[in-house]
Ligand binder design. Structure first.
Ligand code: BES
Ligand code: MG
Ligand code: ZN
Length: 511
């Protein structure tokens, strides 16, 4: 059994006649069709459950709607929560998640310690036993998440500590698969929660100094698996990262690059995978200032950098046999007499010059220098993660992250990991024809484009700083890093996506 931070998850079968103080969650489909487990209870209780339907309950009801059955004939100690699961043939991942969400809401009304989640026995379209358990646990944890750090006298999450969710075992020989699913789900959920907490922090506290401390903490926790290096302002200056420095100039908080190296494979021929996260701890737009409404959300402009900590946590906890370098590039885009201006021309670390047309297009300026810098690691591939463009939100909304890549195989692998984890992405094109958007009359390029396609233009800008031979994946998480409707609610994306991509990648490599 593995202990989650808030609640325990276990897989085993139970003897319903003997169990005490347990809530059995069980399903019923359209047209009063009973799930397998509901049938078992029905038989035990002399058809008590099927007799209920003569009274036409569960008519016109929605998926996840439920009925408490607290006193069952013949089963004096068992309590049942009967949940409507919709059409059996259409029972998919989304239905499963909907059900988990509504069960958690419903169980809030009663006091309970143990839950037997028999629902996970139902077959889900395209998901095997491993994924059913893993997604189930991850979603339970997702629904339990709260960020109450700055509220006085609130300890609500502690109430989950003594609770236990039990998943049934279908076949005993699969026990190891279930155990792995629990282990992986807990490691990933812990990482996602860590990233959510970090991302939800306010920008007056979560600045570059704060993130430096997080890197040191991380190093202490994973002592024997990782090395860290922090580059501070003077070193960044020596490297001539002038685009990055220009962005950070307007703020009193100094820029900082955190480099976390995970060495999971001693094969000297194996090149590292470099993952870079945009860490703008607050983006007011600079002199090209943003409108004030919702400007507070720009504390989330460091979600890419935050996700690096989560991804590195997962791969080191799972001992993935790869070498991975996770880099957070941190600064703040503010206004002062030292701010960079529209009209400025900046010589980037690569030597290429950029004419600044909009100081709010700062993410690409930070990234262009780090993309040049990481050549020194001779990477196997580069992945960058950034809340880069509002245009990506316009294109894809809040369900899917946008991504571009110059490698067809990697595109397939990202999509695979995305479907597996539910951390969804959509591949956007990146083609030479868009480069025209960035032409400047007086410098090598401008930092903002004309002609629409803002997410693609930003990716084109980045591509100019990556050697053509290198495999590269660019992820624009502007629409997915936080929930726009619920305030103060980071999602922890794309930790699940990228971790799974790396898990899959390492298994390809082993063969
Ligand atoms: N961090 C923003 C992108 C962003 C905007 C993310 C809204 C999430 C929600 C980025 O730095 C930015 O301001 N981009 C500009 C670029 C433009 C000036 C070309 C944008 O998208 O408006
Ligand atoms: Mg900006
Ligand atoms: Zn930004």
């Amino acid at each position: 059994m593995y202990k989650g931070q808030f609640m325990k998850f276990n897989v085993k079968n139970i003897d319903i006649k003997k169990e005490k103080n347990i809530y059995i969650i069980t399903g019923i489909f359209e047209k009063y069709k009973l799930s397998k487990y509901t049938k078992i209870i029905d038989a035990f209780t002399r058809n008590y459950i099927s007799s209920l339907f003569k009274e036409n309950i569960f008519q016109n009801c929605k998926i996840g709607q439920s009925l408490f059955l607290n006193y069952l004939p013949n089963l004096p100690f068992t309590k049942v929560l009967l949940v409507y699961c919709g059409k059996e043939k259409k029972y998919d991942e989304y239905t499963y998640k909907k059900i988990i969400k509504s069960i958690i809401n419903t169980l809030n009304y009663v006091s309970y310690k143990k839950v037997f989640f028999s629902i996970s026995n139902i077959n889900i379209i395209n998901k095997d036993e491993y994924w059913k358990i893993r997604l189930g646990i991850e979603y339970f944890r997702e629904c339990m998440y709260e960020f109450k750090k700055f509220k006085r006298n609130i300890n609500s999450s502690l109430s989950h500590i003594s609770k236990e969710i039990i998943f049934p075992i279908k076949l005993n020989k699969d026990k190891i698969i279930y155990d792995n699913a629990i282990k992986d789900a807990l490691i990933i959920s812990n990482a996602v929660e860590y990233v959510k907490n970090l991302s939800n922090m306010p920008p007056n506290i979560c600045n570059s100094n704060y993130l430096i401390k997080k890197t040191y903490n991380f190093a202490n926790k994973h002592k024997n698996k990782i090395n860290i290096k922090i580059l501070k302002k003077n070193e960044i200056e020596k490297l001539n990262m002038n685009a990055y420095l220009s962005v950070s100039n307007g703020s009193i908080n100094e820029p900082m690059i955190s480099i976390i190296k995970y060495n999971g494979n001693n094969n000297l021929k194996l090149k590292p995978i470099v993952i870079i996260g945009k860490g703008v701890t607050f983006d007011c737009g600079g002199i090209s200032i943003k409108p004030s409404s919702k400007m507070d959300e720009m504390k989330y402009d460091m979600c890419g950098a935050a996700s690096i900590y989560g991804i590195m946590h997962v791969i080191s906890e799972l001992n993935i046999p790869l070498n991975v370098i996770g880099i957070s590039v941190v600064c703040e885009n503010m206004i002062s007499e030292r701010s960079y201006r529209p009209g400025d021309i900046i010589k980037t670390m690569s030597g290429k010059t950029v004419e600044i047309l909009n100081t709010d297009a700062e993410g690409r300026l930070i990234l262009c220098d780090i993309l040049h810098y990481v050549r020194k690691f001779n990477p196997e591939m580069i992945i960058d993660i950034a809340t880069l463009t509002g245009a990506c939100v316009v294109a894809l909304g809040h369900h899917m992250s946008g991504f571009m890549s110059n490698n067809k195989l990697l595109i397939k692998q990202i999509i695979k990991a995305s479907i597996e984890t539910g951390d969804l992405v959509w591949n956007l094109p990146i083609s030479k024809i868009y480069h025209k958007n960035l032409q400047s009359n007086i410098a090598d390029m401008t930092n903002t484009g004309i002609g629409g396609a803002g997410a693609i233009t930003a990716a084109c800008f980045l591509s100019k700083f990556i050697s053509k031979k290198l495999s590269w994946i660019h992820l624009d998480i502007a629409g997915t890093a936080w929930h726009y409707s619920k305030r103060n609610y980071a999602t922890g994306r794309p930790v699940k996506l990228i971790s799974q991509f790396l898990i899959n990648y390492s298994s390809l490599y082993k063969r």
